[in-house]
Design a protein around this ligand. Structure first.
Ligand code: ADP
Length: 162
């Protein structure tokens, strides 16, 4: 049984993430989407909100596990007895950091592979930070995030002025 983990901060989940998830699930016997709790990116949304958004977006995929982790990804991988880490690549700018992380994780555990999936061209410009920036200025985020979380994202920025 091949278990894959797709990690990220998902602050918030975007349709670009979902595209990777929908493609990755076809390649793995089991896919775990893992939300990083204490990311250095200082998330706008709480861990409960970020997990809740994923649950809503993936409600038609009960086969996909949604979990959260803190600390080292490789420790979470070992705990889950996973075989591979899934990463999405949007542009060359993602590459250097991702190469470093993949080599570091390979060094920590040679049995774990990192698999890179190229972005869908339609989402190559899309990032969580772009969604946050749009939402902060009451911009249109239609088509960038799943419909069921759209209003909650906009509400958060309106309420908190974050
Ligand atoms: P972001 O970089 O948008 O803040 P995350 O840290 O949550 O997102 O990223 C989790 C994973 O999803 C990373 O492997 C990242 O490269 C990938 N990813 C994010 N947005 C996209 C996209 N539009 N297309 C493909 N992969 C993506």
């Amino acid at each position: 049984m091949k278990i894959c983990v797709y990690p990220g901060s998902f602050d918030p989940v975007t349709n670009g993430h979902l595209d990777i998830i929908n493609r990755a699930v076809k390649l793995c016997d089991k896919l775990i989407v893992a939300v990083l709790i204490n990311t250095s990116k200082n998330p706008v949304f709480t861990i409960e909100e970020r997990v809740g958004f994923l649950k809503c977006a993936l409600k038609d995929h009960p086969d996909i596990e949604i979990d959260s982790f803190s600390g080292l990804l490789i420790d979470f991988i070992k705990e889950k007895k996973a075989n591979a880490i899934i990463k999405g690549l949007r542009a060359v700018s993602d590459f250097e950091y991702e190469l470093q992380m993949a080599l570091l994780n390979k060094n920590l555990d040679p049995d774990v592979e990192t698999l890179f999936m190229m972005t869908n061209i339609n989402y190559s410009f899309l990032s969580s930070s772009a969604v946050r920036e749009l939402a902060r200025h009451s911009g249109n985020i239609d088509g960038f995030v799943p419909e069921c979380i759209k209003d909650e994202i906009l509400k958060k920025f309106k309420k908190a002025g974050v």
